[in-house]
Design a protein around this ligand. Sequence first.
Ligand SMILES: [Zn+2]
Ligand SMILES: [Zn+2]
Length: 197
Amino acid sequence: MGILTPKISDITDEGLSLSGDLTGDELGLTDADVSIRGTMSVGLELRTIERTIYVTGVMEGTAGRQCVRCLKEFDEPVAFALRVVYEREVKSTGLAGKRDGGRKKKVATPPTVEEEEQNDDLYYFTGDHLDLAPMLREQVILTSPMHPLCTNDCLGLCARCGHDMNGGPCRCGVEPSGGPFEVLRAMKEKLKDAGRR
Ligand SMILES: [Zn+2]
Ligand SMILES: [Zn+2]
């Protein structure tokens, strides 16, 4: 569990590298979020600059998904890079009740990080350890497709008999595949997914 709870005092401006393999459980992911097959390999680089902790890293693994069209379960490789920022949660005097759970806001990337301009997700920490699991869990969820497809041109199920059209036409066969409503639904699905990228 060491990788998930680094000591703040170990994170210097020289940087601290962490890596390991973590299960969905360790990341706090339930199958209702994203179902991780085996473990996710996590590599993180943490650096403190003027009391702000900058975290960059990569996560890689395999997720079990269910196709929204044909309902087939399939495994999909997951690999993405993350960049987030941690700041110490300030106990605001008098406004204690107003803290919104200490959750994410967007902050501008400071000039010390000179890559492409990008807003990093902001998280807060208290005490002398970071708790990375909630952040990693959230990053996995954020990068997961809202409408998983087993293949981009999955034909889905016959609206009448439930036959998996990927395996060839069914006996309902009177109408050409799907019918107007099915075609419309598939188009909407495509638009939704295109809009997310
Ligand atoms: Zn499918
Ligand atoms: Zn059918």
